[in-house]
Design a binder for this molecule. Structure first.
Ligand code: ADP
Ligand code: MG
Length: 382
């Protein structure tokens, strides 16, 4: 009944702003690409992926999910076992790496230690036989771009880790490639510098308008920088979407758990209205209306999740006709400066995390609490 009475407007479609690059034609296309190293297991299982011209696309996933392999096939250092990769509509599967003309930055893509910063950055131009006067101008511009103007005469060992990585970036950009590939380029930097470089990279992407493909296992990093994110697991793209949609509407349990914080409720599926709304039945017999994301059949075991900031914590008992509420008890109150995080005991479930704004009435450990979850934020997964 909860489900059937829910009015349509209780499920507003969010319409986040689309990045302009989303309507650009594809620069790169993966078509049915597979990869096995040992002839037995596919580490990339069936990859169909369009990379739009000018976009900042991140490949996000846990270690071993196939991100680097995908990037290496695009770079030309690995070849697909099956399928094809197209650049501007033409197959490049047999083109060697240096003829693809992509810029590349890797976590351990070392600079040449015996060469100055300027010579390192000049290297891609030198091998392309660009005239000397042009080289000097373009190296100076590339170093300015990464805010290392004036550091050209130094040697890499005289620079900090962050500066060295900026040199690597200047070297990747100096020959004006149409596509720049990066594999965990900030992985070795400390948190503060990493966050600073994330902003710089995003700004650089905006200025240059070239296409960036960026591999990371860090979901915060992917959300901060990207136009779109492709979430990898087990050699498959689980979801590819603009960042807001990835966070607000994960398409399966894996993505919901990997991207952002979630509070999870286990149960079985009750009624289903065949229009995406359903009822989650908890082990206690409590029922909550939610979204049937994977079109699960009634009676199936399901996992539901909700973002901790989408749960409303109430410290007084709700009215009898108030719906979509479960009763819990506060185990812990953690102060985060700009908000509080409650860790709540829920019968038959793992602890529930709730983010609450700072208010006049501070919740206390040991207090009962009622958790209200609006149906559109309770996502039920197979
Ligand atoms: P990710 O970058 O997401 O961590 P990788 O693409 O590096 O994942 O690895 C995917 C899988 O392929 C892993 O199981 C890894 O061990 C395996 N793998 C990667 N590179 C090689 C290689 N050169 N030879 C054999 N197996 C590899
Ligand atoms: Mg990797």
């Amino acid at each position: 009944p909860l489900v059937r009475r829910a009015p349509r407007r209780a499920f507003p479609r969010s319409t986040p702003e689309q990045p302009k690059t989303l309507s650009n034609p594809a620069l790169v296309q993966f078509k049915g690409v597979q990869k096995t190293y040992d002839g037995l297991s596919l580490v990339v299982r069936n990859l169909d992926l369009d990379i739009r011209r000018g976009e900042f696309l991140s490949l996000l996933g846990p270690s071993g999910s196939g991100k680097t392999t995908t990037l290496m096939m695009l770079a030309g250092f690995e070849s697909p076992t099956a399928g094809e990769i197209l650049l501007d509509g033409r197959p490049i599967t047999k083109t060697p790496p240096h003829k693809r003309n992509f810029g590349m930055v890797f976590q351990n893509y070392a600079l040449f230690p015996h060469m100055t910063v300027a010579a390192n950055v000049a290297y891609p131009l030198t091998v392309r036989k660009v005239p000397k006067a042009d080289i000097d101008k373009r190296v100076a511009r590339a170093l300015d771009m990464v805010q290392l103007g004036g550091k050209g005469d130094r040697f890499p060992s005289q620079l900090s880790g962050g500066q060295q990585q900026r040199v690597a970036l200047a070297r990747a950009l100096v020959f004006e490639p149409q596509l720049v590939l990066m594999d965990e380029p900030l992985g070795a930097l400390d948190k503060q510098l990493r966050e600073h470089m994330q902003i710089e990279l995003k700004e650089l992407h905006r200025q240059l308008g070239v296409t960036f493909v960026y591999v990371t296992h860090d979901q915060g990093e992917a959300l901060t920088m990207s136009d779109r994110v492709a979430v990898f697991n087990d050699g498959l793209i689980q979801q590819i979407d603009i960042v807001d949609r990835l966070y607000e509407t994960p398409s399966n349990r894996f993505v919901a758990g990997f991207v952002g914080d979630s509070t999870v409720l286990e149960g079985t599926l009750g009624a289903d209205d065949h229009h995406g709304r359903c009822e989650l039945v908890l082990p206690t017999g409590e029922r909550l209306a939610g979204v049937n994301v994977n079109q699960v059949q009634p009676g199936s075991r399901v996992t539901a999740s909700v973002r901790p900031e989408r749960i409303e914590a109430m410290l007084t008992a709700p009215a009898a006709n108030d719906s979509n509420i479960i009763q819990a008890a506060i185990n812990d109150v953690i102060y985060f400066g700009d908000h509080l995080r409650l860790r709540c005991a829920v019968a038959g479930q793992a602890q529930a995390t709730v983010k609450v704004p700072l208010g006049d009435q501070a919740p206390q450990a040991g207090q009962p609490v009622w958790l209200r979850i609006a149906p559109q934020f309770l996502r039920v997964y197979a």
